[in-house]
Design a protein around this ligand. Sequence first.
Ligand SMILES: [Ca+2]
Ligand SMILES: [Ca+2]
Length: 557
Amino acid sequence: MTRLTGIRFALTAGTLALVLAACGCGGGGASTGTAPVSPPAAPVDTGPGTSLAVPDLGAVAPGPKNSALPAGWHNGAFMEIYVRGYKDSDGDGKGDLQGLISKLDYLQDLGVKGIWLMPVTDSSDKDHGYAVKNYRGIETDYGTLADFEQLLAQAHTRGIGVIMDYVINHSSSEHPLFKNAASSAANLQRPFYVWEASKPAGWRIYGADPWYTSVNTAGYYFAGFGSNMPDFNLTNTAAVAFHHDNLRFWLNKGVDGMRFDAVGNLVENGAGVWEVQPQNHTVMRDVQQLVQGYNQRYLVCEAPAASQAFAAPSSCGSAFAFDLKDHLIRAARGEAASIQAVSQYFVTAPATMATLLSNHDGFAGDRVWNQLGGDLARYKLAAASYLLLPGTPFIYYGEEVGMANGQGLSGDWALRTPMSWTADKAGFSSGTPFRNLSANVAGQNASSQVGVTDSLHGFYKQMLGLRNSLPSIARGSYENPLVVGQVMGYQRRLGSETSLVLINYGNAAATLPVDRLTPGATLAPRYGASANVAINATGQATVAMPALSVQVYTVQP
Ligand SMILES: [Ca+2]
Ligand SMILES: [Ca+2]
């Protein structure tokens, strides 16, 4: 999530018309012809105050449950994509859905099995997209609902699933629901949001008082991420039903799941008890049941303050491993305590954790290139460290070519720059990019690395190749972790297939014993080695590793 304070956007007749035009739920919208959609939005009597039409309100019945993807697809690697920054198709300087569609072959060639789209729904921020003003409309900068349906079909043809960012905690203050709610204390849509008649005392969230005055009425509304993004009241059944209908709207179209934003912030119980409250898990359990009512869908949650709690089956089911991320970077730097922590993580953590090195938020750290000072050898170790572990790895777009933070930018903006397709802006847009390029675009870009085995891109492709060709790596158990000096290793097992992964984080070559292997069997090299290694009668093999290297074997009888 992104916090933006002090930014307000005025709703004009023009922007409201845009909202309605972008919504595919009305009579003029595109339709797959199979999924039930909401009735056309029209103003309804909301009692006192305004009654703006709410384009994303209305019941959506469950639609087709079928999936275009094979079982277990979500154990392949995902690419997190900021559409605005990925590829511009029409020269306006902003990435869009047609641009992304034109890069699906690139993603398929890399070996990606899923795409997480940062919000593509219509937003008032016209940037990151987390201030949603129509949950059933596509951001007009990005294209149309028809473009989105084309993206789904084209991704599925390539065996790639598409999950959407879904922002359940808050909407834009320009959402018609909030405009109505803020127009009168007696407005019937007032209870969709969190209001108090007098200003509650003692609150502080991310350094700010989260209670804001409303222009039109007495009373204060709650907005944990800034005044322009008011929190929904998720103890209100109508507010929850509103979101469930919106989720079905997209699932009925064949979306393969959702990434849920800010699930630690859903329900507040008081000034000191606003984060990771028990009700949050109930909200996400119900969402999970809805999503899993469709075949082979994938749900993953963002909760930096309590990563593993939301991975429980009684909650979201999967969650980002923010508690592993820093150890992956530090292990790649050779820090002993973090090598140990990485080795032990999946001994206890749920196998449904979603692993990452960095993402679009500044709180999760700089681009990996910056965190590792541009050391490509250690960058590759960081990549191997999470791409071969259990769970679902999420690559942040451009990470695979070593994109650095943006030139002259700071904060979140430095992480959300145009993709470095070529050595200059031309690979991204024929026009003027909406934001500065990455600082190292001239040296690190896709065009100079695709097809080069020794490049960073080539390394990511080989790691994903292992994940895609060895079921034990994609979804096997995690067994027999070892740390010898600065070498970490573990076995992955699924059915009759056993893989051995070894990573030497040290600057020196190492020769080490690996125990608990199948006695009398052989280690057959899959990556980083060329010769078979014999396993003795007690199940031990002796493996030689160069400095800063990765080796992967399978155990052959
Ligand atoms: Ca564009
Ligand atoms: Ca909340």
